[in-house]
Design a protein around this ligand. Structure first.
Ligand code: SF4
Length: 360
């Protein structure tokens, strides 16, 4: 049992004798805003079976990297240099940044250096594959100010990686994470629940492994089937079956609750909406409010655990205001679940605090 927070004591001293405090989502406190530059498929050794980065990011590379950078330059020119205490981040997403042809990587990094020198950008990250790392590239990234590397690990499980034809095994994923951290970068880990060869059990194990590495952030991208991919063919041939929406929400809800408990920010719970991509999705757990559904499930998982620890009937639950929008699920579908655990609406209060507190 933890001590009751000062905030709640002031408001409710006479009524409560015990309380359990728990997390409902840590924030990644880096830059105030992230400005992505998408480089779909650039540097990738192949097109992965499920990947449709061009439609996912709404960016085409047909005119080459210089035209993407010219467009980005135009967008950044509208921004003022960061004032003292302000922060802004540049992110190279959508391909395998560390395996870009040398000249292209240099162009990207020179662009970043210009933005950093002029104070437009204070932080920078890139995403890449775990089998495309080297000490030389790390030195180059560091010299230009990249401080966070997101690895598209997808899974730590060798069977799932092989079934998804990722081209590397589980041992490479762990080594890569350690290499990134040992080289002084912050580590981001991207996982792909529902990928071929995976299962809810494999994914939950992946999350445990990822949390054990203490990354700066995680991303969960539930596997979808975009038209024109190998996965679409496997779906048509009956060789692949995507996870249902229910399975995705319940599994990712459990995983998210674990991340909340370990205070590791999960900065994505589904692929960002993009009209061309949405139109191309043939199957898979796509829902406009998937992130909110997963958060609602995670909150219930966390509350049930706190109730077990409390061991008596709850008198009140204080939640951060951020939970207000999602806690009852779609059209209040979870209201009954909340009532069943003894937390009717009149026992729930919203506060400015970052953590939740269950009181008896
Ligand atoms: S390496 Fe990543 S970006 Fe490249 S094709 Fe595979 S999943 Fe897509």
């Amino acid at each position: 049992m933890q001590k009751m927070s000062k905030y709640f004591c002031q408001k409710n001293v006479p009524s409560f004798t015990r309380s359990i405090i728990f997390g409902t989502g840590a924030r990644l406190k880096r830059a105030k805003s992230i400005h992505p530059v998408f480089l779909p498929f650039s540097g990738c050794p192949m097109h992965c079976v499920y990947c449709a980065q061009d439609r996912q990011t709404g960016t085409s590379m047909t005119a080459g990297i210089s035209s993407v950078l010219a467009e980005a330059e135009k967008n950044f020119s509208a921004l003022k240099p960061c004032a003292s205490g302000e922060s802004r981040e540049l992110a190279f997403y959508g391909g395998t940044f560390t395996a870009l042809p040398e000249e292209e990587r240099r162009s990207c990094l020179s662009f970043l250096t210009r933005l950093r020198t002029s104070g437009i950008i204070t932080h920078a990250r890139c995403s890449t594959r775990p089998d495309a790392l080297s000490p030389e590239v790390f030195d180059e990234l560091k010299a230009h100010g990249i401080d966070l590397i997101e690895l598209g690990i997808q899974s730590f499980d060798s069977m799932a990686l092989s079934a998804s034809r990722r081209g590397y095994g589980g041992e490479v994923t762990l080594q890569a994470c350690r290499m990134v951290q040992d080289s002084g970068f912050l580590l981001g880990i991207q996982l792909l629940p529902g990928m071929p060869g995976s299962s809810p059990e494999v994914f939950i194990k992946d999350v445990e492994l990822a949390l054990g590495l203490h990354p700066a952030c995680l991303r969960f991208y539930p596997c979808l089937v975009p038209d024109g991919t190998v996965l679409a063919r496997w779906l048509a041939e009956g060789r692949y079956e995507p996870w249902s929406l229910e399975e995705t929400v319940s599994t990712l809800g459990r995983a998210l609750a674990q991340a909340w408990e370990r205070e590791v920010p999960v900065i994505r719970l589904s692929v960002a909406p993009e009209p061309a991509f949405d139109a191309a999705v043939l199957a898979g757990p796509r829902h406009p409010a998937l992130g909110a559904l997963i958060q609602a499930e995670a909150l219930l998982v966390s509350v049930r655990k706190a109730l077990e620890q409390l061991g008596e009937e709850p008198k009140a639950l204080f939640l951060p205001r951020s939970c207000q929008g999602f806690m009852y699920g779609e059209r209040g579908a979870l209201k009954e679940s909340w009532n069943r655990v003894g937390l009717t609406q009149e026992r729930i209060f919203f506060t400015k605090n970052e953590k939740a507190e269950l009181c008896a």
